[in-house]
Ligand binder design. Structure first.
Ligand SMILES: CC(C)(COP(=O)(O)OP(=O)(O)OC[C@H]1O[C@@H](n2cnc3c(N)ncnc32)[C@H](O)[C@@H]1OP(=O)(O)O)[C@@H](O)C(=O)NCCC(=O)NCCS
Length: 179
């Protein structure tokens, strides 16, 4: 990274900061509305302020800031004593290609290792019959970063509640990485 970014995990106090909760929600929804164009029915958004507040209260959100401005976010959830799941990795379009997402992932690795977690799971949404630039990018990067594909399952099996909002059939490519 060129500039000095601050990366930290939010706590329940941060969940009271409406401005910060809105900023995270807007960045995530804005980024995915571009990345996922043509995949979802109109009106679908990746997340909501209520869900972001809940994630912050649960200690699941890690953010990156530059001069006090939000530039990145990642979600991390503990599944059990040894396993965690990470998702919703987003960096601001003006701050890409500088290692910011890699730093967010590294923060999560270090945090989970301190907790004794040994396996990290992630997934990557993949349209079944069409190419998606973001899926291809993540497939390459995940492989370089030590993630191994452990499965591929239809979205309707994992998240039946969101599947009706999809315009195209999609799968989740599931990965695991040893920490
Ligand atoms: C995916 C995303 C988080 C990457 O953010 P970023 O801050 O640009 O990523 P980094 O700069 O840390 O680079 C990550 C990797 O991609 C590579 N990379 C970055 N920009 C690149 C480019 N323009 N061309 C080729 N490779 C590139 C980096 O070299 C790095 O790989 P390495 O660790 O093997 O060296 C960002 O593009 C994004 O928010 N995308 C939309 C949301 C999304 O798809 N999230 C992931 C699924 S939840």
């Amino acid at each position: 990274m060129n500039a000095t970014h601050v990366i930290y995990r939010l706590g329940s106090d941060d969940a009271e900061d409406r401005q910060q909760m809105n900023a995270i929600t807007n960045m995530v929804n804005d980024v995915f509305s571009i990345e996922d164009e043509g995949m979802w029915r109109p009106g679908h958004t990746r997340t909501s302020v209520d869900r972001i507040v809940q994630m912050a209260k649960s200690g699941e959100l890690v953010v990156a800031e530059l001069d006090g401005e939000l530039v990145g976010v990642i979600r991390v959830q503990r599944i059990d004593d040894r396993t965690a799941y990470s998702s919703m990795l987003v960096t601001h379009p003006d701050h890409r290609g500088q290692g910011l997402a890699r730093q967010l992932r590294q923060y999560v690795f270090d945090y989970l290792r301190r907790l004794g977690i040994t396996t990290l799971r992630i997934d990557n949404i993949a349209p079944r019959y069409i190419d998606r630039k973001a899926t291809e990018f993540m497939t390459d990067w995940n492989e370089r970063a030590g993630y191994v594909v452990v499965g591929r399952v239809p979205v309707e099996e994992v998240h039946p509640e969101v599947a009706p909002m999809l315009l195209v059939p999609c799968d989740f490519i599931q990965y695991e990485r040893v920490l």
